[in-house]
Design a protein around this ligand. Structure first.
Ligand code: ZN
Length: 317
């Protein structure tokens, strides 16, 4: 029998200018920059993590800011269409006003009896704020520009675009243990076995061809795994479903495996431990560039090659 995932661990996307990226996720959405490092596979690119006050799994959206604007992505099948964060039901007006005052165009809709505010970040990543009185593990960040009672409460879920529901649905239900929950509004909704925050995956069908990775597209979605032993169980579960998981990769803040589901979306399974305090104190998270040990000897050269970044903006209103 497959192990179980509670739901989403993090979402990773490709964007443009690093200052614009941080200004939006910290300055507008009020998330905390919880880690500033480089892409471990490409040390010329930053890897930024934004989340709640402690970088709790299930709250973190992460980015590779590519400054080469000649590499735009193209949205299509096999990609994450939308990443949704939870907000309290009584915070809808606050967020509508905030998005207005920040000059962010949004669309307000109702979906499965929930109010949804839909908008894009400066580089084309589609986001939603879903108003629901759901339980949340998110830890408030006192220095956020957003008052604690209105702060984002971790992920609601993601919407994945696929050519056909079938193959991806099979992986969600047969391997990942999700259950069909609802259909309507041109989408099918699934929920992880344990439920709770970050437990929603919606599928939509698209006529577009395969998307192309690049600026403005989501690179992968990661699901929570308890520990390294469980990662091995997931490798076996994927292999038994004729998918091809990678070996376990050490991502410093978690251990991971990756597999591409048949609809084309890259799924990661990531452990809860050790977390972001493995190389910085809680009150220092994200305040300076941290590197994995193997890259530390090249720090000077790496810093010289990274794009300009003024640093994470912190609160103000
Ligand atoms: Zn990842």
């Amino acid at each position: 029998m497959s192990p179980e995932t509670a739901g989403i661990h993090h979402v990773t996307a490709i964007v443009g200018d690093p200052d614009e990226n941080a200004a939006f996720y910290v300055g507008t959405l009020g998330l905390r920059m919880v880690k500033r490092t480089v892409n471990h596979d490409d040390s010329g690119t930053y890897h930024f993590y934004f989340g709640d006050g402690e970088g709790t799994p299930g709250t973190n959206i992460t980015f590779f800011p590519w400054t080469d604007s000649g590499r735009p992505g193209e949205f299509g099948a096999g990609q994450t269409e939308t990443t949704a964060y939870l907000i309290p039901e009584e915070s809808v007006t606050y967020w509508a006003d905030r998005l207005d005052s920040e000059g962010v165009d949004y669309e307000r809709t109702e979906r499965f009896d929930e109010t949804v505010l839909r908008f894009a970040d400066p580089h084309g990543i589609e986001l939603e704020l879903v108003a629901a009185d759901a339980a949340s593990d998110a830890v408030p960040w006192p220095d956020s520009p957003v008052p604690e009672q209105h702060q984002l409460r971790g992920f609601s879920g993601v919407t994945l675009a696929v050519a056909d529901y079938g193959p991806t649905e099979d992986v969600l239900t047969d391997v990942l243990g999700f259950e069909f929950a609802a259909e309507g509004d041109g989408r099918r909704r699934y929920r992880s076995g344990p439920g709770g925050p970050g437990s929603v995956v919606d599928l939509v069908e698209t006529d577009r061809g395969r998307g192309r990775m690049g600026v403005g597209t989501v690179h992968h979605v990661a699901f929570e795994v308890a520990d390294v032993d469980e990662l091995e169980e997931w490798r076996e579960a994927y292999a038994a479903a004729a998918l091809e998981p990678t070996d376990v990769v050490d991502r410093k803040y978690f251990r991971s495996i990756y597999t591409r589901e048949p609809g084309g979306v890259l799924f990661e399974m990531a452990t809860l431990e050790p977390g972001f305090t493995v190389d910085e104190d809680l009150d220092e998270l994200g305040s300076s560039l941290v590197l994995p040990e193997r890259l530390e000897p090249q720090r000077e050269q790496i810093e010289a090659q990274l794009p300009e970044f003024d640093g994470s903006p912190v609160g103000g209103d």
